[in-house]
Design a protein around this ligand. Sequence first.
Ligand code: CDP
Ligand code: CDP
Length: 218
Amino acid sequence: MPGYKLAIDGPAGSGKSTISSLIAKKLGWTHIDTGAMYRAVTLQAIELNIDLNNEASYHFLETSNIHYDNNRIYIDDRDVTEAIRNEAVTNNVSLVSSFPYVRKKLVELQKNAAQKGNIVMDGRDIGTVVLPNADLKIFLTANVEERAQRRHNEQLKKGKTSEMSKVIEDILKRDQKDSTRKESPLRIASDAILLDTTYLTIEEVVNKIIELTDKKEN
Ligand code: CDP
Ligand code: CDP
């Protein structure tokens, strides 16, 4: 059985990972956070001290082993789920993910990971490139002030303070880089359903998407 494939794309802070993870929990499906994979490559590149601007430096991916297990992400046997959220990774991940070689490697891994069972996969190019035949494609959005506020709240919860204007600036920078790169830019697949979450709670978004998967299944 190939299973149900649900693709969720959208810009930073639109709620992709939170919503996808909750849907997977509720339905007993597997969640694959592709952003975490690009972050893991970025972390490894920083640690290897390679020239981040040179695409050829990323050939370490031929032998590196980035994988998912039980909602945790690993480089070889090392759990890097928390480490991939650091500032250096966040500031460089859009650069790293703009290289065709890096994307080719990760898209291969993602397509393989999606083959078995019911999957919810979130990222930027899932509906357009990784799972073009997905059963349901959702594109989440929210206005930039709301997305920045969500990130700001996350920082506060971790006991960190952040300047709102700086958070907005960083998000806009990443949106711009992700939407304008040559290789599979962030864009809405022609058959995706656009869901603006600016004024929706997490639960409302989760229920709405589950309702849409039910409709597609019947
Ligand atoms: O911070 P946020 O959770 O929004 O980002 P993420 O999902 O962790 O993804 C980090 C970065 O990885 C994005 O800004 C993109 O540059 C890149 N990415 C990508 O290019 N393609 C994907 N399918 C997923 C992420
Ligand atoms: O993965 P992405 O960057 O798209 O977003 P996220 O990391 O899942 O969500 C960013 C933050 O927004 C999380 O702290 C969520 O709890 C919050 N959120 C929210 O407050 N309301 C929503 N409708 C969706 C997410």
